[in-house]
Design a protein around this ligand. Structure first.
Ligand code: PHE
Ligand code: ZN
Length: 877
């Protein structure tokens, strides 16, 4: 009954087929008798036909529901008036305006897909985005049907004293058999994907926020009682996010109460249900002993993200799921800007771009590539992707860049003014931006419809006689599935020119705008364009794509000398970092190419590193960024055929070389950066740099093993404890069984920490890792029904290049076997775990064959879910 949708002939949904709903729902009233085994949902829907002329049947979505009663305007509906189909209830002759009442039965305890209403760890939780509400009751489950919801929850009081739903708490009472009830009403019409309920035994941390217009909002974070001391960061981030949205966008919160619930059992990061956010506990709970600095950061940004959805997503919602990036890209942009304002803008931007390159660029170059606004899908859950989220945010950022902050804000104001309470499209968003500013964004629309990462080639030429510098930018893009031809995109290239002495030069050219500005945005909107800069007295060094002003790959015909120059002189924090990365990347690629380990540091890289290491003034977090090598994955991305072993060996050798070349500096940093724990940005930056220093020391000098063990034992915070733990467990040949046992022993009561225990073992670049992972599947703490745990073990293994891509195919076979099993329980997670296999085209012929074999074996599985089926079909095309 509860089984996820499994259809033999997958139905493709096309954006072009969108039709407005023929019925609207004026009001929804739910009465839910919660019981883990058998929950009954009574739904009263006020339905109204949109057009007089229409006499088509009404089709309501429903999945895995047992229909017990059905009434139309109070009368039991005769059997010949409706029909049950796969995934739907059809009312054959519905009146124009009527009340439909259904009573259905569902089984929350058997819901392992975690979509709809499920029961886990003693709590009832719902997840309705994207199409989970149809697993709770029959409904018009589409985002453009907005209705007012009221819900009465009934449950056994002992185990479920807390009963929550969206909006305002209206009334409550006791009833027979130790049960109680609570009535909730949400005054804001909403699509059903924003519906939520929670029932359980939860404690609550309370605080307040006073809005700019003086309304008091109650803030409530619900967690299990033993976590009441772990909500401070979440509450603080929420209050800062609320203030930020008022300050930067003039947006206030609109209900009297804002609730957040943390659960250990959740498919995604968090969910923005109206007034009742539900969070993966990873993004709520933090104490210094159990959460790392990265965890604290993650909480801040996800709390803010879900809060910002109240305006971008909830008050203005989506017409259809193809518009997903309208809320997600825009909201990611907003949360990135919030984090940049609250912390270090430069470090934030580097992290955002790193994530984009790690997840989105490979996606955009593989068989699952799709536009930011897709044209077709089989399973919408497969489209919560880095492209929709991260690339979508980059597109909004480019619009922000070309319009400027003030005009962008005017556009947002108009967007909210026009569309509050509506379900709209990306087109509506762009039209508001244009309407408010008088700018033409026609060309920008292509960023939403064309997939693939453009490559921008840059070439500069200096003419000393004319004192002119000409810069030519050319763009191209490789075909993606279904899009063989690519058109030129509008690409804003923020740039500056540096004099050989390291000064940004005044920019003068044909389109003189404000004399002497030292930074300019060039708009590359054709295949190739040349810009001439005049009165250039010396041969300049260009700094292009500053702040990563567009989501493209930039190819500059640059040598290491220019990179080294920018690494020391560029005043754009992103481009300075990029130049350092470029130097390191070239060193790694050269070493791989000549199949020698990068045993020696190239001179220019050495000099650049030395300068950063001796710059005590620099923000430690930024310094750590500059001193961190590009990831193995990023190096692989730059190669025609990814050489897994070669990359790993070269990068390890370079780390060793960096460790020994600067042994004294690293040791000095390691000693001088030791401070008692404190939770501010400067302190976390110091920890980051200090742990990086330890990593380099250990890479080059085995005697640091003792020091690392000591840090592991003595750390007064999880960041340092875990950094040492990870270094030890990732040592290629150290025996660390005592450490593994000790860590488990210490933290076994803390699931989020035990996730790290699984993840770090599964990401160890050691020959025994696969055997270890196999054994960990049998560990009592491993749980197939907890997505965090599954991701910790299997997600980490899939991301562990040397182990997953073992030449004999053992990594592929292992992962495929686990996906096969998981697909029976949780198709969303199963489909996501398959992405590393989808990248088969990037490897050598032998690995390609083995990866395809694993995909084909999976595709032959009986009872394949729609989620996994779509990923496999596209991967094997
Ligand atoms: N809408 C959520 C967010 O990004 C993500 C999500 C999607 C959560 C689908 C659950 C299910 O904020
Ligand atoms: Zn979101």
């Amino acid at each position: 009954m509860i089984a996820p949708a499994r259809s033999p002939a997958p139905l493709v949904i096309h954006r072009e087929d969108y039709r407005p709903p023929r019925f609207v729902v004026d009001a929804v009233d739910l009465d839910i008798q919660l019981d883990p085994e058998l929950t009954q949902v009574r739904a009263r829907l006020h339905l109204r036909r949109q057009s007089e002329a229409d006499d088509q049947p009404l089709r309501l979505c429903g999945e895995g529901l047992a229909l017990l009663e059905i009434r139309q305007d109070g009368q039991t509906l005769p059997k010949d008036q409706y029909r049950l189909e796969e995934g739907a209830l059809l009312l054959l002759h519905p009146p124009r305006d009527f009340v439909l009442e259904t009573l259905v039965q569902i089984r929350p305890i058997a819901n392992t897909a975690l979509s709809g209403l499920y029961f886990a760890n003693g709590h009832f939780i719902t997840q309705c985005e994207a199409e989970g509400f149809r697993r709770i009751t029959y409904y018009l489950d589409r985002p453009d049907v907005l209705a007012r919801f009221g819900v009465t929850l009934h449950a056994e009081q002992g185990p479920h004293p807390v009963l929550l739903a969206n909006g305002n708490r209206i009334a409550a009472g006791q009833e027979a058999h130790g049960r109680h009830w609570v009535r909730w009403e949400d005054p804001f019409p909403k699509p059903c994907y924003l519906f939520a309920l929670v029932a359980g035994d939860l404690g609550c941390v309370r605080d307040h926020f006073r809005t700019a217009s003086g309304r008091e909002v109650a803030l409530e974070i619900y967690v299990e009682a033993h976590h009441l001391d772990a909500c401070a960061q979440a509450m603080d981030a929420l209050q800062r996010a609320m203030a930020w949205d008022e300050r930067v966008y003039g947006r206030e919160y609109d209900l009297d109460r804002y609730m957040i619930v943390a659960t250990d059992t959740f498919n995604m990061g968090a969910m923005e249900n109206k007034g009742l956010n539900i969070f993966n506990s990873k993004y709520v709970l933090a104490r210094p002993e159990t959460a790392t600095d990265t965890d604290y950061q993650g909480i801040e940004s996800v709390i803010a993200h879900e809060y910002f959805h109240n305006w971008t997503g909830n008050r203005v919602t989506l017409r259809d799921w193809f518009q997903l990036s309208l809320k997600e890209g825009l909201t990611v942009f907003r949360d990135q800007e919030f984090s940049a304002d609250e912390n270090s803008r430069g470090v934030q931007r580097i992290g955002d771009v790193r994530r984009l390159r790690a997840a989105q660029f490979p996606e955009d170059a593989g068989p699952l590539a799709h536009p930011v606004r897709p044209d077709a899908y089989i399973e919408i859950n497969n489209f919560y992707t880095a492209t929709v989220y991260e690339k979508g945010a980059e597109v909004v950022r480019m619009i922000h860049t070309v319009l400027g902050a003030a005009a962008f804000r005017q556009g947002m104001d108009l967007y909210f003014a026009r569309h509050d309470g509506q379900a709209v499209t990306i087109e509506d968003f762009l039209a508001a931006m244009e309407g408010a500013t008088g700018r033409d964004l026609a060309a920008f629309r292509l960023w939403y419809s064309q997939a693939g990462t453009p490559v921008v080639h840059a070439a500069g030429r200096y003419d000393p006689a004319q004192r002119r510098y000409s810069l030519t930018l050319r763009q191209e893009a490789a075909p993606t599935p279904g899009q063989p031809e690519k058109r030129p995109l509008p690409i804003p290239v923020r740039m500056a020119l540096f004099s050989p002495a390291g000064q940004a030069m005044p920019l003068r050219g044909q389109e003189e705008d404000g004399a002497g500005d030292r930074e300019r945005i060039l708009m590359l909107d054709t295949a190739e364009q040349t810009w001439i800069f005049t009165e250039v007295s010396e041969p300049p060094i260009p700094s292009l794509l500053r702040g990563f002003s567009a989501p493209v790959r930039l190819e500059m015909g640059f040598g290491d000398a220019q990179r080294a120059f920018l690494a020391s002189h560029d005043d754009d924090p992103f481009n300075r970092w990029e130049a350092m990365q470029g130097l390191a990347l070239q060193a790694l690629l050269a070493a791989i190419d000549q199949s020698h380990g990068a045993g020696v540091l190239p001179e220019l890289l050495h000099g650049a590193l030395a300068a950063v290491l001796s710059d005590a003034q620099m923000d430690p977090a930024y310094r750590a960024e500059l001193l961190t090598l590009p990831s193995e994955d990023y190096v692989g991305e730059q190669m025609a055929v990814i050489d897994v072993e070669g990359i790993h060996c070269a990068r390890e050798a370079l780390r060793r070389a960096m460790g020994s070349a600067f042994g004294e500096q690293w040791a000095a940093d390691y000693e001088s950066l030791a401070f008692p724990y404190s939770r501010d940005g400067v302190s976390s930056g110091r920890r980051r740099l200090r742990n990086l220093a330890l990593a380099y020391l250990l890479a080059s000098d085995a005697s640091y093993l003792d020091r690392t063990r000591q840090q592991y034992r003595q750390a007064d915070n999880m960041t340092d404890h875990l950094a040492a733990f990870s270094l030890l467990v990732h040592q290629p040949d150290a025996d660390v069984s005592d450490i593994l046992a000790d860590f488990y022993q210490r933290w076994q009561q803390h699931p989020l920490v035990i996730d790290k225990w699984f993840a770090i073992q599964a990401s160890a670049p050691r020959p025994d890792t696969l055997a270890k992972a196999q054994a960990l599947l049998q560990h009592p703490a491993f749980d197939w029904r907890t997505p965090n745990r599954v991701r910790a073990l299997l997600g980490s293994l899939g991301a562990n290049a040397t182990v997953f891509h073992a030449a004999d195919g053992s990594g592929y076979a292992f992962l495929a076997a686990q996906i096969r099993h998981l697909d029976e329980l949780n198709p969303q997670i199963a489909a996501r775990l398959a992405t590393p296999l989808s990248r088969w085209q990037r490897y050598d012929a032998q690995r390609q064959g083995l990866m395809r074999q694993a995909l084909e074996d999976l595709a032959g599985k009986a009872n394949l879910s729609r989620d996994l089926g779509e990923v496999l079909e596209k991967s094997l095309k």
